[in-house]
Design a binder for this molecule. Structure first.
Ligand code: FES
Length: 115
């Protein structure tokens, strides 16, 4: 199991290989995922404070590059597969917005490259 610390919120365990956004949501953390996990909205961003966040996939790299001024430790949790212990900061939480929901639940698997 991997140990995930969402700074200031909670610490929990999750199996390796899970999409980080789902691990966070299923731990009861109200992270936004407005595009449903397709690397289009960036609302699922996290700031990685400690630990190895793993490889960045081409979809995530391309989407973050469009943001221009983001720090290299800013990642899209919908594109990350848990690969070990992490300490992170959740940037966008439903409870801190006027939105009525966090967005469609991402699927268990990463979307295919052409989705
Ligand atoms: S970029 Fe939209 S949910 Fe991750």
């Amino acid at each position: 199991m991997a140990n995930i610390e969402a700074a200031g919120i909670k610490t929990f365990e999750t199996p390796p290989g899970r999409r980080l956004v789902l691990a966070l949501e299923d731990a009861g953390i109200d992270i936004l995922h407005r595009c449903g996990g397709y690397a289009k909205c960036t609302t699922c961003r996290v700031e990685v404070l400690e630990g190895d966040p793993g490889e960045i996939n081409p979809r995530e790299r391309a989407r973050l590059a469009r943001e221009g001024d983001l720090a290299p430790n800013i990642r899209l949790s919908c594109q990350m597969l848990v690969d070990g212990d992490l300490t992170l900061r959740v940037i966008n939480r439903l409870s801190e917005t006027d939105l009525s929901d966090a967005g469609p639940r991402p699927s268990d698997e990463l979307p295919a490259a052409d989705d």
